[in-house]
Design a binder for this molecule. Structure first.
Ligand code: FEO
Length: 183
């Protein structure tokens, strides 16, 4: 009796996404190490925390594949790529990384829609929402570095930014949670 509830193509794409999330985790880990080595403990702390979040995303997909009776294939994780050249470059790279991931999630959603696999479509909605949050978080970082002076940011401003990021919440507040009292 067939117990696999995922099509071969969607199972493969979900396995690929699992590797993408693991890759994202490695990227955040490498940027965190880069920031720490330059004395930006707060930025490093933020990026290391985020590396864990990406591992959690990977685990969610792994669990889902298993839950649907398909096979998990743990693949090699590509290297994270080059180090940032500055704090601004680091935050720009983070934003780009999240946009790339959003595109990958959208492709999966489209596949589930085409296949009329509503269980997968429903599962993936969590990731659609999560990507809005991740992009918002990355945009907030870009706003902060822009206010700090971008590439010309002075050490004292970067010091404050670094200190703030250590305690910055891991979740961005989303538009759907806004009210007139708490915009
Ligand atoms: Fe798993 Fe940053 O998206």
């Amino acid at each position: 009796m067939e117990t696999n509830r995922l099509s071969p193509s969607l199972a493969q794409a979900l396995n690929d996404q699992m590797t993408k999330e693991a890759h994202a985790s490695q990227i955040y880990l490498s940027y965190g190490a880069w920031a720490d080595a330059r004395g930006y403990d707060g930025i490093a702390n933020f990026l290391f925390r985020h590396a864990q979040e990406e591992r959690n995303h990977m685990m969610k997909i792994l669990e889902y594949i298993l839950e649907r009776g398909a096979r998990v294939k743990v693949a090699a994780i590509p290297a994270p790529g080059t180090d940032p050249t500055s704090v601004q470059d680091c935050f720009e790279k983070v934003f780009k990384q999240e946009i790339d991931n959003t595109k990958a999630i959208y492709t999966l959603v489209k596949m589930s829609l085409t296949e009329e696999d509503w269980a997968s479509w429903n599962f993936l909605q969590w990731f659609v929402k999560e990507q809005v949050e991740e992009e918002t978080l990355a945009l907030n970082l870009l706003d902060k570095i822009k206010i700090a002076g971008g590439e010309k940011a002075k050490d004292d401003v970067l010091y404050t930014l670094d200190r703030d990021l250590k305690t910055m919440p891991d979740d961005a507040s989303l538009a759907e949670n806004a009210t007139a009292e708490k915009p």
